[in-house]
Design a protein around this ligand. Structure first.
Ligand code: ZN
Ligand code: ZN
Length: 292
C-alpha cells in the first residue's frame, strides 16, 4: 500500500463522523481495506521474485502504450489462491450487508465448488469484458453487479502488489495516456498539486498515479474545450467535476492546494462522492437545454 493503512483508517473514521448517514458504508470500507492490505502483503511475498521481469518491461510500456500487466503478464496463481482471496472478500460483504446474505451465500457456494473460476473472471474484468461476467451471472441466477464488485475487490490488492514493485521506477512523464500504465484501467479520480497546479490521475484499481494534461479528456482524448465542462458544488473549490460532452464521461479532481492533504488519496473517490450526484444534475440540465 502506498499510504500507511493506519493513516487511511484514521481518515476514514473522520469521514464517517462527517457523514453519519453513510456510516455503514464507511465501516464496510474499513474492513475491506484492511483485508485487502493483508492480501496485498501476501501477494507481494509471492511475486517478489518477478520484480526484475516487471522492471525490464517498463521501456516497452512507454513505447507501446500498453499497460504493464499486458506487456509483462498478470501474476499467475493457482485457482485456490484466487478462491481464498474471493472468499475473504465475500466474508466482509456478508458481515456488512445482511440484506445480501442469500446472494452472497450462493456466490460463496459457486466459488467453493469451482463452478465460478475467480482467475478467469478477474482476467475478464481487467480486460474490460464485463459481458463475460453478465452472462455467467445470468446462468447462475446471481446479480451481475455483485459478482463484478467481488471480482474487482479481489483483483485490486493483486494489481496493487504489482504496482508496488515498480512504483519507485515508473517514469510517469513517458506515459501520457488517460488509462493506468500498470493495469490499464480508466479512472475518475485526479488531483492537482504544487505551484504549477499540475494534474495527476490516480488509478482506482491499483492506486498508481501519473501526470496528465489538464485540458484533455482522459477517456476519449477530446481537447475541444467547447465540449468540456467543469463544475463545483456550492462554490466549494476543493473538488471539481469535469464532464466531457464528446464521450459523456466524467472525472473528479481534488485541488490539494486548497483541500490540503489530510485525506489520503486512496480515499478521494469516497471523499468526492457528492460529485457523482452532481453528474446526474448536470446531465439532466444539459438534456433540458438541448430539448429547448
Ligand atoms: Zn491501475
Ligand atoms: Zn471524452
Amino acid at each position: 500500500m502506498s499510504e500507511p493503512l493506519e493513516n487511511v483508517l484514521r481518515a476514514l473514521e473522520m469521514l464517517k463522523q462527517e457523514d453519519r448517514d453513510n456510516a455503514e458504508a464507511y465501516e464496510m470500507l474499513e474492513d475491506l481495506l484492511e483485508i485487502q492490505a493483508a492480501i496485498e502483503k501476501a501477494v507481494q511475498a509471492r511475486i517478489g521474485g518477478s520484480r526484475s521481469r516487471y522492471l525490464s518491461a517498463l521501456e516497452k510500456v512507454y513505447s507501446s502504450k500498453e499497460p504493464l500487466v499486458s506487456v509483462a503478464g498478470f501474476p499467475q496463481f493457482p485457482e485456490e489462491v484466487w478462491r481464498e482471496i474471493a472468499l475473504s472478500i465475500l466474508a466482509v460483504l456478508r458481515r456488512h450487508r445482511p440484506s445480501l446474505e442469500r446472494q452472497v451465500r450462493r456466490l460463496e457456494g459457486f466459488v467453493e465448488n469451482g463452478s465460478l473460476k475467480v482467475s478467469g473472471l478477474v482476467a475478464s474484468l481487467l480486460r474490460g469484458r464485463s459481458d463475460d461476467i453478465r452472462k455467467l451471472a445470468e446462468k447462475l441466477g446471481l446479480e451481475p453487479g455483485l459478482i463484478e464488485a467481488v471480482m474487482l475487490w479481489s483483483l485490486q490488492p493483486v494489481v496493487r502488489a504489482v504496482a508496488g514493485l515498480v512504483r519507485e521506477h515508473l517514469k510517469y512523464e513517458l506515459w501520457g495516456q488517460g488509462y493506468c500504465p500498470v493495469c490499464g484501467s480508466h479512472t475518475r479520480i485526479g488531483y492537482v498539486e504544487g505551484e504549477g497546479r499540475k494534474l495527476y490521475l490516480k488509478c482506482q484499481v491499483c492506486w498508481t498515479e501519473w501526470r496528465f494534461s489538464r485540458l484533455r479528456c482522459p477517456f476519449c482524448g477530446n481537447e475541444d474545450h467547447e465540449k468540456m465542462g467543469f463544475y463545483t458544488l456550492g462554490g466549494d473549490q476543493r473538488f471539481r467535476l469535469y464532464v466531457c460532452h464528446a464521450c459523456g464521461n466524467y472525472w473528479k479532481v481534488v485541488d490539494e492546494t486548497i483541500a490540503g492533504k489530510k485525506v489520503p488519496r486512496s480515499l478521494y473517490e469516497y471523499w468526492t462522492q457528492h460529485l457523482d450526484h452532481l453528474v446526474n444534475r448536470v446531465a439532466a440540465r444539459d438534456e433540458g437545454s438541448s430539448a429547448e
